[in-house]
Design a protein around this ligand. Sequence first.
Ligand code: SF4
Ligand code: SF4
Length: 196
Amino acid sequence: MTTEAPSRVMDASEYAISVGYEPGVILRDVTLTEARAMECNRCGDCCDTTSEHVLLDRRTGLPRFVWTKPGMDTSFELPEDRYAKRYGRPLIMPVIRGDGELVTANEFERDANGEEHRSFQCRALQATDDPDVKHCELYAHRGDADANRPYHCGAFPVFGLEADQAINIGGMYIPHTAALPRCTWHGIKIIREQSL
Ligand code: SF4
Ligand code: SF4
């Protein structure tokens, strides 16, 4: 899950495009306090980019949503080795384009420019009796979750320090939920408290 602040101060339109929104999108302004008071609906789309609800990048055919990209803040790299150490297999399964569909693979897909697209499925995501509600196996066991679950799982999409930093530096933070129309935090722009 990508949650980093932009590397330079961008205007709202540039910023929205940089996190995957279409040009001209209108985002709803909320404060960080309001954003953090919203509740996750547990759709699970941020943990599985093969979900039919995750929007695809027209250029690559891959989910627009990626956890992190080379060149971005490496503190967002996945600590999947800790999970693998305990459970014997990686937490994150890369997703690539198969024959007409998205399938899991051993490595992330790279485009012609060498850019790695970090679409993924998480092994900890479990189905429930309700098809619209997923369950994080690691979150359910919180004592262990903090040792195994990636930092971003708790930080995404508005709870990490990067949101505060982006607002302090550029006056706004746009969560990386552009490809997740079912997400509670889709379609919002977070601005300074006194701006509303
Ligand atoms: S560990 Fe849990 S919260 Fe994190 S990506 Fe996997 S299912 Fe989602
Ligand atoms: S996509 Fe948003 S609403 Fe759905 S599980 Fe992830 S954080 Fe929660």
